[in-house]
Design a protein around this ligand. Structure first.
Ligand SMILES: *[C@@H]1O[C@H](CO)[C@@H](O)[C@H](O)[C@H]1NC(C)=O
Ligand SMILES: *[C@@H]1O[C@H](CO)[C@@H](O)[C@H](O)[C@H]1NC(C)=O
Length: 241
C-alpha cells in the first residue's frame, strides 16, 4: 500500500512538471524565476477554500491582490474562510448579495498591511480592511486576543484565527472558521425614521432631520415593495381559501 501512493500521484505530478516546464520555456526569460505570488494558487494548494477562491475569481479581487502585492511594500493580510465557514451561512446568503456587496465582502477579508501572528497582540481596533470605512455600522473589524488565540469580531459575528495558510513577510494568509460578515451588509437594518410628531420638536431635531433625509427616502421605497408583496399574498390567500 505505502508503495503505491507515490505512484498514484506521480502521473499528475509529472504532467504538472511538464506543463510548468513548457510554460517556463514559452515565457520570455525576463520574468522573475520564482514567479509572482498568486493568492489563488496558494489557496488551491491548501485545499478547503473553494468557495473563497470562487469569490476571489468572480470579483476579480484575486488578480487585484496579486497586483497589489507586486506594487506595495506594506504587504497584505488575508483572512480565508474555509468551505465549512461558507456552508454554515444561512442558505442563499451569498446568492442574495449584489456584485458590489460581494466585492465588499471579499475586501472585508483583506487588510492593506502584512500582520504576523504576533502583531495581532498589539494592533489597535478597529482594523482597517480594504472594504474601507471602519465606523460602527460600516466595516469595523475588532481583534481580541487571549494567549495565542486571536478572535475577530465584525459586530455581526466572531471568527477565530486558525492555521497560517501562508506567510512570506509580505503576504499572510490565515484560515478563519467563519465568514466575516460586515455590519454594513449584514447588520440589522437601520431603525425606521421616527414619524413626524407635529411642531413640538426642538431646534436640534432640524439638523438631525436634514442628515436623515436621504435615509428617509430610501426607507420609503424599501418599504413599499414588501408592503405590495404582503398585499398580494393576502389576496392570493383569500382566493384560495
Ligand atoms: C474567542 O472565541 C472563542 C469562541 O467563540 C471563545 O471561546 C474565546 O473566549 C474567545 N477568545 C477571545 C480572546 O476573545
Ligand atoms: C470595536 O471596538 C471599539 C472600541 O475599541 C468599539 O467602540 C466598537 O464598537 C467595536 N466594534 C465591533 C464591531 O466590535
Amino acid at each position: 500500500m505505502e508503495q503505491r501512493i507515490p505512484l498514484i500521484f506521480s502521473l499528475p505530478f509529472f504532467l504538472l512538471l511538464l506543463f510548468q516546464c513548457t510554460k517556463t520555456l514559452a515565457q520570455p526569460p525576463a520574468t522573475a524565476p520564482s514567479g509572482p505570488t498568486n493568492i489563488t494558487r496558494i489557496l488551491e494548494k491548501a485545499g478547503q477554500f473553494t468557495t473563497f477562491i470562487r469569490l476571489l475569481q468572480i470579483t476579480l479581487l484575486g488578480d487585484q491582490i496579486d497586483t497589489q502585492l507586486n506594487n506595495s511594500n506594506q504587504g497584505l493580510t488575508v483572512f480565508a474562510p474555509t468551505d465549512n465557514a461558507f456552508s454554515s451561512l444561512k442558505t442563499g446568503t451569498l446568492n442574495s448579495l449584489t456584485n458590489q456587496d460581494k466585492v465588499a465582502l471579499v475586501q472585508f477579508h483583506v487588510l492593506p498591511t502584512f500582520l504576523s501572528m504576533s502583531q495581532f497582540q498589539t494592533v489597535s481596533n478597529p482594523l482597517r480592511t480594504q472594504a474601507g470605512d471602519t465606523r460602527n455600522g460600516e466595516f469595523p473589524l475588532n481583534v481580541t486576543t487571549s494567549g495565542n488565540q486571536v478572535n475577530i469580531s465584525t459586530g455581526v459575528d466572531d471568527a477565530t484565527l486558525g492555521n497560517t495558510v501562508y506567510t512570506d513577510n509580505q503576504l499572510a494568509v490565515y484560515q478563519v472558521d467563519k465568514v466575516l460578515l460586515p455590519w454594513s451588509i449584514f447588520g440589522p437594518p437601520s431603525p425606521a425614521p421616527a414619524p413626524v410628531t407635529g411642531g413640538t420638536e426642538n431646534k436640534k431635531a432640524n439638523s438631525a432631520a436634514a442628515t436623515d433625509s436621504p435615509a428617509d427616502s430610501s426607507g420609503v421605497t424599501g418599504d413599499a415593495v414588501p408592503g405590495a408583496v404582503a398585499f398580494g399574498v393576502a389576496l392570493f390567500g383569500i382566493f384560495y381559501l
